[in-house]
Design a binder for this molecule. Structure first.
Ligand SMILES: Nc1ncnc2c1ncn2[C@@H]1O[C@H](COP(=O)(O)OP(=O)(O)O)[C@@H](O)[C@H]1O
Ligand SMILES: [Mg+2]
Length: 236
């Protein structure tokens, strides 16, 4: 991925296996967010290929990638303002309804119930009637994940879902991500190394736009390169 004269991702080779929680760690500016943008279709890469389930999706627009089963959340939550959490989720759940059903009362009630039950599952029932952008930063990020789940993604890309959360919120979300992993493949970018080590099946360490180390949490922990680039610095 190039931006004018700046090459932000280069010679990057990442394989995410179905069913795994694959964490991507690396210092600020390594290119983690840019990588998720390229995978989700927010950005079209300057060169290279992206395959999803064997299908080349390099030039497939974002909304169609979503239909194929790619979901994501953002480093800084992007929510519709002016609606409640339940309404936002209803809107997301509505995507499969034919337009003629959108105003049907029965259909609306059904979706409202489903929205509420999804919020309950996420431990956010108390937020159902609050306006999306009035939530705390941590809850906005959690809501974004619930919204992505409305699309029933097979691959979920999470960009620093735990940033700005309290320690207890992080533990709770970590456990939830592990639960989600039973149904979807997850790519997780986060700086909370201990959390990442405890929930990831595999970890890729990024530095200067490429992946420099990849392996199981214990392999990455033992890697001198990973330590020098990131783990050491994070501990210091
Ligand atoms: N639109 C852009 N134009 C120019 N440079 C960008 C753009 N987006 C990101 N970058 C640069 O790409 C590098 C990687 O950024 P980013 O992907 O946000 O890193 P990370 O998420 O790992 O912190 C940074 O040096 C950043 O300044
Ligand atoms: Mg980032």
């Amino acid at each position: 991925m190039r931006f004018g004269p700046f090459t932000v991702l280069s010679e990057l080779d990442l394989e995410v296996r179905a069913g795994e929680v694959h964490a991507i760690i690396g210092p600020n500016g390594a290119g983690k967010t840019t990588l998720l943008h390229v995978l989700a279709g927010d950005l079209l890469p300057s060169a290279g290929r992206i395959r999803f389930d064997g299908k080349d999706i390099t030039f497939v627009p974002m909304y169609r990638r979503a239909r194929l089963g790619l979901g994501r959340s953002y480093q800084i939550a992007r929510l519709f303002p002016g609606v409640t959490c339940q309404q936002a989720l209803q809107l997301a759940l509505q995507r499969d309804s034919p337009a003629r059903d959108w105003l049907s009362r029965g259909r609306c009630r059904l979706l409202a119930e489903r929205a509420l039950s999804m919020l309950e599952t996420a431990g956010m029932a108390q937020c159902a009637h609050q306006e999306t952008t009035s939530l705390s930063h941590g809850l906005q990020k959690q809501l974004e994940i619930v919204l992505a789940l409305a699309n029933e993604p097979r691959l979920l890309l999470l960009d620093e879902p735990m940033a700005g959360m309290s320690a207890s919120e992080r533990i709770e979300l970590g456990a939830r991500i592990r639960l989600l992993a039973a149904r979807q493949t997850i790519v997780l970018v986060d700086h909370d190394i201990e959390m990442v080590m405890s929930i990831a099946d595999r970890i890729s360490v990024m530095h200067n736009g490429r992946i420099v180390v990849e392996g199981s949490p214990s392999e990455v922990r033992a890697s001198r390169i990973a330590q020098a680039i990131y783990l050491g610095a994070a501990n210091a």
